[in-house]
Design a binder for this molecule. Structure first.
Ligand code: ASP
Length: 432
């Protein structure tokens, strides 16, 4: 059977077209029939919601098996286990660095622009306040009590720990390990193919998700907090386009324009699903097959990044903290700002890559500097659009660091990065 993902370029364009048409269709619905019963029942809560949800489920369905199999394949093929420690150290260090840059930029922007001064939120939505887990608890929960339970719950860090340990044991078990390792390598190819199938649904899934959102968003809620919304969006774009481009160029000598061109489809996935976790399969496939990062590095850094690296979320949390302090007329001291930096980095590590979690964890950040957690209610009404955009930034950060770490380890194939997609072992054309 031939590879369904024959033209990635065309598929990326179709996905972007789905996004744009979805937005146009959604806004048209919003302006015309969105509040009529038949449109709600058959279109908005019907076709659009059902197809959108099915698409997200297909993606989510792949995450746990793909991360598990791909990580075992990557780790078990390492000739030198020390490399894993190095890759891990570099990835975690760079993830913390980029989150640190993100929150610093965000706080500086909030202090200069003062989005909370004169804000007039029209919709204040009450929501239960969640407790942020302590650092010790985060550490404990990284170790799975039962790997099957961790997989059933989709808990990424425990799955990563288990797969890494299993991969290392396979690498150290001689010929028996080799047999198991080969089996996982084959399995990995098969699951990647499955990701390709699901990607073919993306133009329709993305269309429905975005149209549903466009039809149901009350755009007038944006007006009272417009300065906040615009500032978050601007800072997200600046961080993605400037910080990541500089890092790619300076640390890895890679052309950032090529990077963002090839990331188009991944960004559309992240934007429309608002979940870096659900986007993992597409991110992993793209960094390996389109950007040339080897599975040994990417299988580890991508799921790890989707869990502990959330620069976009950090930007929203920084600006939101400034916004809420200004709205309530509280002047934060330098020490309190430093506290916000630490808390936001910790929140980014502790948060799972699912929709809306960044706003929930903002409660812990606010509490650490004595701001009322109820302030979250002021910005809840406008969070979905920001969530979508920051998720695209979160995912770009994961892919950026993956390319940088892969390059530094000699595991980035630049002919793939600058060329067309990498063929898998099975589909590679035979040279004459
Ligand atoms: N939705 C974001 C993500 O999945 C997390 C957040 O900021 O809420 O990366």
């Amino acid at each position: 059977m031939t590879d369904p993902d024959f033209d990635h370029q065309k598929l990326s364009n179709r996905i972007l077209l789905g996004l744009v048409l979805g937005l146009v269709f959604g806004v048209l619905l919003n302006l015309t029939v969105a509040d009529q019963d038949w449109a709600k029942a058959f279109l908005i809560d019907g076709v659009l919601a059902v197809v959108g949800e099915i698409f997200i489920r297909f993606l989510s369905m792949l995450v746990v098996p793909l991360v598990f199999v791909s990580l075992i394949t990557g780790v078990s093929s390492l000739s030198d286990p020390k490399k894993l420690g190095r890759v891990g150290g570099k990835a975690v260090g760079l993830y913390m660095l980029t989150t640190g840059i993100a929150i610093t930029l965000a706080l500086a922007a909030a202090i200069i622009v003062k989005p909370g001064v004169g804000a007039n939120p029209t919709e204040v939505v009450e929501r239960e306040i969640a407790e942020q887990p302590s650092f010790g608890q985060v550490l404990i929960e990284m170790i799975p009590r039962n790997p099957v339970e961790a997989m059933a719950n989709g808990d990424m860090l425990p799955i990563i720990i288990f797969a890494v340990l299993l991969g290392l044991s396979i690498a150290m078990s001689g010929t028996r390990g080799q047999r198991i390792g080969d089996l996982f390598a084959d399995f990995n190819e098969v699951i990647m193919r499955l990701v390709g199938f699901v990607m073919l649904l993306a133009p329709y899934g993305v269309f429905c998700l975005i149209a549903g959102l466009g039809a149901t968003t009350g755009w007038e809620t944006f007006l009272g907090v417009l300065k906040y919304v615009v500032l978050v969006l601007v800072m997200l774009v600046i961080h993605a386009s400037v910080t990541y481009s500089i890092l790619l160029k300076v640390l890895a000598g890679l052309n950032p324009i090529v990077f963002f061109k090839k990331m188009r489809a991944v960004l559309a996935f992240a934007f429309s699903t608002a979940s870096s976790g659900a986007t993992i399969p597409v991110t992993l496939r793209t960094v390996e097959q389109r950007l040339g990062a080897d599975n040994k590095v990417a299988s580890f850094t991508v799921p790890l990044g989707a869990t502990i690296n959330m620069d976009g979320t950090a930007i929203m949390q920084g600006i939101a903290t400034g916004f809420i302090a200004q709205y309530f007329g509280v002047d934060l001291t330098l020490g309190q700002y430093l506290m916000v930096v630490v808390m936001v980095i910790m929140a980014s590590v502790g948060a799972a890559g699912v929709p809306g979690v960044g706003l929930i964890l903002l409660a812990g950040v606010l509490a650490s500097v004595g701001l009322p957690a109820e302030g979250i209610a002021l910005i809840l009404g406008v969070d979905r659009l920001l969530d979508m955009t920051r998720t695209a930034v979160n995912v770009s950060g994961d892919a950026t660091i993956t390319c940088i770490v892969a390059k530094s380890e000699g595991e980035l194939d630049e002919s793939v990065y600058y060329g067309s997609r990498k063929d898998s072992a099975e589909t590679k054309p035979q040279s004459a």
